[in-house]
Write a new protein. Sequence first.
Length: 139
Amino acid sequence: MTQQHCAFCDGPIGSESRETVEHFRPKSQFPELAYAWDNLFPCCDLCQNNKLEKFDEALLKPDGQDYIFQQYFIVNYHTGEIEPSPQADQAEQQRAKITLEIYGLNLANRKTMRLREWRFYTNEANPIIDDYHYRYFLE
Ligand SMILES: [Zn+2]
């Protein structure tokens, strides 16, 4: 379903990272959801290692019915950062901020990787978006 991309950062899984399964609602707090299909997401090591057992009800769920990346976030092509959208309302900005923090989405190496992917993507004559990582950053 994610085409070998992490459900949270859209980074590579299976090549530069192990393919792990993330419990969106952690097993330690929600043992009844340990095997619930809609609580399980393909995830990279970086996201997994940052999130650990953290959870907040405000955390954005990547398959949420109302979730649209651009509604909550903007990207910065100078720094490689993802930022809460100034167009979003206060509650949406807070949800974006919490999601960025819990998954560590603006760690230095992540910004570097997004900018690198952006360079590869923009230097290709006919790029196929699904061949790249961090697709939200490229579109
Ligand atoms: Zn990830």
